[in-house]
Design a protein around this ligand. Structure first.
Ligand SMILES: Cc1ncc(COP(=O)(O)O)c(C=O)c1O
Length: 424
């Protein structure tokens, strides 16, 4: 009985003291050896492990060109530069993502134009893209959110018909595939993140990839200071254009390289745990399970639950408060979950349309563009009903942790009527 009662209301937590969720990633002797090998040589800036990481990732992912950066955000910015996008140009992207999918566009003084998402996948809805295209549009930036590929065929078709580049934000999606092809090989350029939370971890870092040499070189030019020298110029320390400092250094690259060498295994284990969790939760009332299909299988990055909006609406509870209540109840059961705040147009920088001061970059071209969130009702419902975790199902967590996790989630969803709803 005490086990059935919510822990928040005095019951016994579903996750007992014998279960420990292990934080990603597991560190092995192979990681230690490679990181020490980096330390024991003498090129600590853009050193040999950076080059090995670039070469091995390019082979692993099926890309001709790869450049390691100090973040996924930097790699995304290189993607924007690589596509020849400039001040006042427009880039179409999803309303629901991590902030960098849109801030990378602003970093090159271009204007993000948001598109609402499809409820099932939470990805940019291909049926809504054409309405967002204008004569200033230069690219579509897709986000393979939650480690699952976007529905690429219709997107590539729209891009082809309108002469737009396709940029893949694959920061969460190492190893995800679309109809058997790896993400990062589907558009013109792509960015991956090596941040700790990602399937491929280097602590922090990123990878900029392409199969198009011209695009790759355009992106690479802004990587380190401003190496935009005309062919005749030597190393004269002049600045021929604006450059950033996005290179990575040897130590994090060695860590990422070691993780890359076991990525097929860790991805397979994450996917296995993901599927086990999915099977255990099947049929849980009022819970919308995470999305993955045979054509677009997950890489196991995240398990993302959603509360059925119809349930909260029927009870007259604001969706977000319902979700907050569930997160608190799950926390008391011993399951750390988070709610999302990723409706990008709602963020203050877009509401104020002021990134660099003085209204830039919108003053270049689109001061009147509307970021009214009412245009993105599906993305709004997604963020308001979404709870997620990335650490509880990744290896070395296994069946024991996954089963405890599923039991806690089922318990809370079976007791939804008793979950205390927080104040606004
Ligand atoms: C979808 C998406 N894009 C871009 C990024 C940015 O990556 P980084 O944190 O390495 O800059 C992230 C990281 O969280 C992400 O999830």
């Amino acid at each position: 009985m005490a086990k059935q009662q919510l822990a928040l209301l005095g019951g016994e937590p579903a996750v007992g003291p014998d279960i420990q969720f292990i934080t990603w990633p597991a560190i092995t002797q192979a990681d230690r050896d490679l990181v020490l090998a980096s330390l024991d040589q003498d090129k600590h800036a853009y050193g040999p492990h950076v080059r090995m990481l670039e070469e091995e990732f390019a082979v692993w992912n099926g890309n001709k060109f790869c450049m390691a950066t100090n973040s996924g955000t930097a790699a995304l910015h290189l993607c924007i530069a690589a596509c020849g996008i400039g001040a006042g140009d427009e880039v179409i992207t999803t309303a629901l993502s991590w902030t960098s999918s849109a801030s990378s566009i602003i970093h090159h003084s271009a204007i993000p134009v948001f598109v609402d998402v499809d409820w099932t996948s939470m990805h940019m809805d291909p049926a809504k893209i054409e309405a967002a295209i204008s004569e200033r549009s230069k690219a579509i930036l897709v986000v393979h959110y939650w480690g699952v590929s976007c529905d690429m065929d219709p997107i590539l078709d729209i891009a082809r018909r309108h002469g737009l580049a396709v940029i893949e934000d694959a920061c969460q999606a190492h190893g995800a595939t679309y109809k058997g092809r790896k993400v990062g090989t589907l558009g013109n350029v792509a960015a991956f993140s090596l941040n700790q939370n990602k399937n491929l971890c280097g602590g922090e870092g990123g990878l900029f990839v392409s199969n198009d040499e011209q695009c790759f070189n355009l992106g690479r030019r802004v990587t380190a200071f401003s190496d935009m020298r005309p062919a005749h110029a030597g190393r004269d320390y002049d600045d021929y254009g604006l450059g950033w400092m996005y290179r990575t250094s040897d130590l994090p690259a060695a860590f990422a390289l070691s993780q890359l060498r076991k990525l097929d295994d860790t991805n397979a284990q994450a996917r296995e745990n993901w599927q086990h969790l999915c099977d255990l939760l099947e049929g849980t009332e009022n819970l919308t399970p995470a999305f993955s299909t045979d054509e677009r299988p997950t890489n196991g990055y995240a398990y993302v639950w959603r509360v059925d909006p119809a349930y909260a609406k029927k009870r007259g509870i604001p969706l977000r408060l319902m979700t907050k209540g569930i997160v608190t109840a799950l926390g008391a059961e011993g399951v750390p979950m988070s709610i999302a705040n990723w409706l990008l147009p709602a963020h203050a920088v877009f509401q104020a349309k002021n990134a660099f001061g003085g209204g830039a970059p919108w003053t270049y071209a689109r001061p009147e563009i509307s970021y009214d969130v009412a245009q993105f009702p599906v993305a709004q419902d997604c963020v308001d009903t979404c709870l997620w975790n990335i650490n509880t199902h990744r290896p070395p967590n296994g069946p024991q942790q996954v089963e405890a996790l599923a039991a806690a989630v089922r318990k809370v969803f079976e007791n939804l009527g008793n979950v205390p709803i927080p104040e606004e």
